[in-house]
Design a binder for this molecule. Sequence first.
Ligand code: ADP
Ligand code: MG
Length: 238
Amino acid sequence: MTSVAVKNLSLDFGAVSVLKNLNLDVEDGEFLVLLGPSGCGKSTLLNCIAGLLDVSDGQIFIKGRNVTWDEPKDRGIGMVFQSYALYPQMSVKGNLSFGLKNAGVPRDEIDRRIGRTAEILQIEPLLERKPSQLSGGQRQRVAIGRALVRDVDVFLFDEPLSNLDAKLRSELRVEIKRLHQKLANTMIYVTHDQIEAMTLADRIAVMRGGLIQQLDRPQEIYKRPVNLYVAGFIGSPG
Ligand code: ADP
Ligand code: MG
């Protein structure tokens, strides 16, 4: 079954067309990576799916439901951004429970979800700490946790590791992969990093100038790039 479907999506910022009649189907449980250089429209596409940007034209379906004009909170998605954006004055536990309290989730259900999330991400010892008492990697784990506690089917990640150093990046890459294997939910993951894309993705959508140039399994793209742009992008380091 299709988890996320993007149909004929266009997005203009004023006179500038950023997404151009874009189509994308993401399968249930799939790890799909949006890969492309800075400025190609990856975040814009993700923000349209999340409902943080209004589309200029086209539709977005999640689990078969047309959510094009639904509020972000009603779409059944969780999002993790590049910057951790944790509330500095709240404990880790407070950060994890904040959105749930606002959504009216009962106390015992909140505790159950936080317990499960903390276990999965191995942040149980950190629950009473403030963000300032965490390392960069721990903060990003908590940021992932905030998406996880929402108990949704679809996770959107926008370059969640690009602010971390190389060692942490590879550690968390393994962790995100493990998380996906464990939860088996749909993940759409934006990056400009080919190694991240090759190691995490079930399929990669290679983007350029607001269009998807090729969408296929990593090995297939690597072996049979459809054009020189894709070949150069997947082939060249950094
Ligand atoms: P990526 O995430 O791939 O780096 P973005 O989706 O952020 O790319 O941006 C795609 C293009 O849209 C870029 O040319 C960028 O300058 C432009 N853009 C992004 N956000 C806005 C905005 N709020 N107003 C005008 N142009 C924007
Ligand atoms: Mg971006």
